[in-house]
Design a protein around this ligand. Structure first.
Ligand SMILES: Cc1cc2nc3c(=O)[nH]c(=O)nc-3n(C[C@H](O)[C@H](O)[C@H](O)COP(=O)(O)OP(=O)(O)OC[C@H]3O[C@@H](n4cnc5c(N)ncnc54)[C@H](O)[C@@H]3O)c2cc1C
Ligand SMILES: NC(=O)c1ccc[n+]([C@@H]2O[C@H](COP(=O)([O-])OP(=O)(O)OC[C@H]3O[C@@H](n4cnc5c(N)ncnc54)[C@H](OP(=O)(O)O)[C@@H]3O)[C@@H](O)[C@H]2O)c1
Length: 434
């Protein structure tokens, strides 16, 4: 039986989160302007659009102004602004009366879903891209074979002339917890809402450990307190104190799109120092309103004498043993050397995300990639015989700055990539007509 030839696309996107969603809009706009056709497809492993669904907590707010939506910084007149979303939903006046720049994450997710719904023809949901392989003609790599796993365990193969990887981060599981990967009592914060109902509270005094000292750890701790009033929650982190994220106005300018030019133009050691210097805008820090809320909760416990949340700063997890009575954690105070052991009914790792693992899909074309860092337009340098363009969104913090993993520059970055991509498409079309 002859097989159907694989469909060929101008560009395939790995993942359909905010980064590739912003690209879908920018490609559509740029292609219309240039009167070009761009045959694009975005492959998304989730069955439908959702933005960090495991952490869509009822009380969580955005950490960025709604004006940094998918388009406004590039074109505030676009139909895909957050303001237009509010207008279409009939909530513009109500939102204004809330007097905030920071909508709830639930509402921003709904905005992103509303945009995604308008690009549903460009999305293949429920498929996980597992490999990107070279397609050769003579000595040239002419396109890429994109293999994805379908929900039923089957495989779909497509061809891509160009590729944009925007698969986000992968949950960071510290090595010491590696052996418990299949233990249902251990969860990463990215799956928190998917699994929290399996913690059988039954109004019993259960023990839960949250590991980490960043925004996810603080949000999960507060959520657990509301969800399981009788639970004892230990927040275990390595720092001396929970620290606030710096979102003050002068510092916040590092997230302006033009800052990307500045940081990209710097030598490697300067870039590294800048990223390190501003780490407290984003990593292992907590929004100051949430810190105040958590502090008040702890204080109120002292007033009532019922202490359900305990903070364990300076604590390194040195032992993890699964037992029938729970996951036993041994922690050591890094400064006084004191250690403690406790068994937990559930352990939630709010230990952040790795950004290198999602790039493993590129392994079969690794030999063609030159250097680890993309150019200013996020395109990887490849050997001269390799024709496809491969772009990265969200993996270039070291070269493009801290905004790279956030929403801050999506409106501008997507246009930069779209313009670069369409240049290759228009060149190809010109060659085809010559
Ligand atoms: C809980 C949480 C809240 C956040 N809040 C903010 C905020 O308020 N402001 C801000 O600026 N940043 C925030 N961030 C940072 C976050 O990285 C960005 O908001 C944004 O999600 C980045 O978009 P992305 O598309 O690059 O990555 P993601 O949103 O992670 O999307 C990647 C997509 O790729 C899919 N995917 C992964 N691998 C594959 C594969 N092999 N095949 C197919 N599909 C795949 C995933 O399912 C996912 O849908 C938050 C992060 C978290 C974890
Ligand atoms: N409402 C929202 O908008 C919202 C909600 C959640 C998250 N976010 C965003 O999501 C991103 C990630 O935040 P996050 O809190 O998930 O991760 P994060 O900021 O990277 O923090 C990870 C925490 O885990 C700790 N950790 C890492 N490895 C560890 C190990 N081996 N042992 C013990 N502790 C370890 C880190 O401690 P060390 O510092 O000691 O390494 C750090 O405290 C940020 O951009 C954040 O703003 C946003």
């Amino acid at each position: 039986m002859s097989q159907q030839p694989a469909t060929e696309y101008d560009v395939i996107g790995v993942g359909f989160g905010p980064s590739n969603l912003a690209l879908a809009i920018a490609l559509d706009e740029c292609a219309r302007r240039a009167r070009l056709k761009c045959h694009a497809l975005f492959v998304e492993k989730r069955p439908h659009f959702i933005w960090h669904g495991g952490m869509l907590l009822p009380d969580a707010d955005m950490q960025i102004s709604f004006l940094k939506d998918l388009v406004s910084l590039r074109d505030p007149t676009s139909p895909f602004t957050f303001v237009n979303y509010l207008h279409k939903r009939g909530r513009l006046e109500g939102f204004i009366n809330c007097r905030t720049f920071y909508p709830s994450r639930l509402e921003f997710n709904d905005y992103l879903r509303w945009v995604a719904g308008q690009f549903k023809d460009l999305a293949a949901y429920g498929e996980t891209i597992v490999a990107i392989e070279p397609v050769t003609a003579g000595q040239f790599v002419t396109s890429l074979r994109v293999r994805s796993r379908t929900p039923g365990g089957g495989e779909t193969v497509r061809l891509a002339r160009n590729l944009v990887v925007a698969a986000g981060g992968a949950p960071h599981i510290p090595a010491i917890f590696g052996k418990l990967a299949d233990d249902p009592r251990l969860t990463h914060s990215s799956s928190y809402l998917d699994t929290v109902d399996t913690i059988s509270a039954d109004h019993k005094a259960i023990n839960i450990a949250v590991v980490g000292g960043g925004q996810s750890a603080a949000e999960v701790t507060v959520d657990l307190r509301g969800r399981f009033p009788n639970a004892n929650v230990d927040l275990i982190f390595r720092g001396h104190a929970l620290k606030p994220s710096d979102s003050s106005p002068f510092v916040n300018e590092i997230f302006n799109p033009e800052y990307t030019d500045f940081i990209f133009s710097q030598p490697g050691e300067h870039r590294e120092a800048i990223v390190r210097n501003f780490r407290n805008t984003n990593y292992a820090v907590v929004d100051s309103d949430l810190l105040d809320q958590l502090y008040r909760l702890l204080y109120q416990q002292r007033v009532s004498g019922k202490e359900h949340i305990a903070l364990h700063p300076r604590s390194e997890v040195t032992g993890v043993v699964p037992t029938p009575n729970g996951i036993e954690l041994e922690t050591v105070d890094k400064f006084d050397g004191g250690s403690r052991r406790r068994a937990y009914d559930a352990v939630i790792l709010a230990t952040g995300y790795d950004r290198d693992r999602p790039l493993s899909v590129l392994e079969p074309i690794r030999t063609y990639i030159q250097g680890s860092e993309p150019d200013r337009n996020y395109r990887l340098a490849t050997s001269p015989t390799f024709r496809p363009h491969v772009y990265l969104q969200g993996y270039s913090e070291a070269s493009h700055g801290l905004s790279d993993t956030l929403l801050s520059v999506l409106a501008i970055r997507s246009q930069e990539i779209a313009e670069s991509l369409l240049l290759t498409i228009s060149r190809r079309e010109l060659i085809a007509y010559a």
